[in-house]
Design a protein around this ligand. Structure first.
Ligand SMILES: Nc1ncnc2c1ncn2[C@@H]1O[C@H](COP(=O)(O)OP(=O)(O)O)[C@@H](O)[C@H]1O
Ligand SMILES: [Mg+2]
Length: 351
């Protein structure tokens, strides 16, 4: 069972003097334990509203929400409340663009605040807070006030506070959007570390595809309240289907652009393939091996390397001459080598 299951979730905001806003429309999303699930889309797409249905800060108007195997919403009806909901919510941390720290209290008090319901002794509480500060690499700032910290440090405090109750899930709503690029990278690295070391499941909402590319393993693209495309980062990134996704991923769009500018025409016994492969797995030259093993000549039209979730991924665009048997052997060889092959037409459309 997925740790977060949203099934046919919709959120409609009723307005008195204007048309209703359908902020989220029929979204089905299953997030597995240990995922860093990126949700990307432009402002107003419904990302925040959707993610708030996971901890019921936003009640859906339709659909089912199941978190950690516990029913939250069934058929648009909330089926958890009071102490049960409070307890479950503590297992879902959340961080925001604006940090939302208490400015009149110190860093350590900000963190302790999230534990005020617990029955820890004062000593245990202090120890827990210091452990959390260490986790986010801010041990020396325990007695500082938020205003004395940089944006990145403030977000670290917010992360420590979000982790105070040992959550299984962290919801991150544009957590790096107010930070400069260098600080953004540091915060993303920290989230990745927490994911790896604590097994934390992270839902990463952002309008920046680069953030998703850096740490997510899955991604959903939202537009007008709907998920228009979702799946493994690699698949979505390297072979985007929806027009909006193509806009977001940019990188592999270059393949289509290249083809348009090359204006090629394929001969009858010629096929055009996009090869995508992990550089870690394929050290040798695919094209040379292809010639040696299968006896077909591939001409390279385009080559590119992207870094996805810390892993370099290569893309090649090649044409291969040969009859149907040779093409079949080519596909088999490439598949066996762990290369993802997509046959394209002359304009770059998938066949
Ligand atoms: N409380 C609300 N009342 C009315 N409309 C809202 C409310 N919250 C969000 N919306 C509308 O819902 C849509 C989605 O908003 P939001 O979820 O914040 O998108 P995103 O996070 O992708 O920018 C927008 O059109 C927004 O104006
Ligand atoms: Mg938002």
């Amino acid at each position: 069972m997925s740790i977060i299951q949203l099934d046919h979730v919709s959120v409609t905001f009723k307005r008195k003097k204007a048309a209703d806003v359908q902020a989220v429309q029929d979204v089905t999303l299953h997030i597995e334990k240990g995922d860093i699930y990126g949700i990307v889309g432009f402002s107003g797409a419904g990302k925040s509203t959707l993610v708030r249905t996971i901890n019921l800060l936003q009640k859906p108007t339709a659909g089912d929400v199941v978190v950690g195997g516990v029913d939250f919403v069934k058929d648009g009806k909330q089926v958890i409340s009071g102490k049960d909901l409070q307890a479950r919510r503590r297992k879902i941390g959340m961080i925001f663009q604006q940090f939302n720290l208490l400015n009149e209290t110190t860093v350590i008090e900000n963190i302790a605040f999230a534990l005020k319901h617990s029955d820890l002794s004062d000593d245990e509480l202090e120890e827990k807070c210091h452990k959390l500060l260490k986790l986010v690499d801010l041990e020396d700032k325990a007695n500082s006030y938020p205003a004395q910290l940089s944006g990145g440090q403030q977000q670290r405090v917010a992360i420590a506070r979000a982790l105070a109750n040992d959550p299984e899930i962290l919801l991150s709503d544009e957590a790096t959007s107010a930070l400069d690029p260098q600080t953004t990278i540091q915060i993303l690295d920290l989230l990745k570390k927490l994911n790896r070391e604590l097994g934390l499941t992270i839902v990463l909402i952002t309008h920046e595809m680069d953030a998703v590319k850096k740490i997510a393993n899955k991604v959903a693209v939202m537009e007008n309240g709907r998920v228009v495309e979702n799946g493994n980062l690699r698949d979505v990134f390297l072979a985007p289907k929806a027009e909006l996704t193509q806009k977001f991923v940019g990188g592999s769009l270059a393949v289509v652009d290249t083809l348009k500018s090359l204006n090629i025409s394929l001969a009858e016994n010629e096929a055009l393939y996009q090869l995508v492969y992990s550089l870690n797995n394929v050290a040798k030259s695919i094209i040379i091996e292809l010639y040696r093993e299968v006896g077909v000549e591939a001409s390279m039209l385009y080559g590119n390397v992207e870094v996805l979730a810390d892993e370099p991924v290569g893309t090649l665009l090649v044409t291969v001459k040969g009859d149907a048997d040779k093409q079949k052997a080519t596909l088999k060889f490439l598949n066996d080598e762990g290369v993802t092959v997509t046959e394209l037409d002359e304009r770059g459309n998938r066949l």
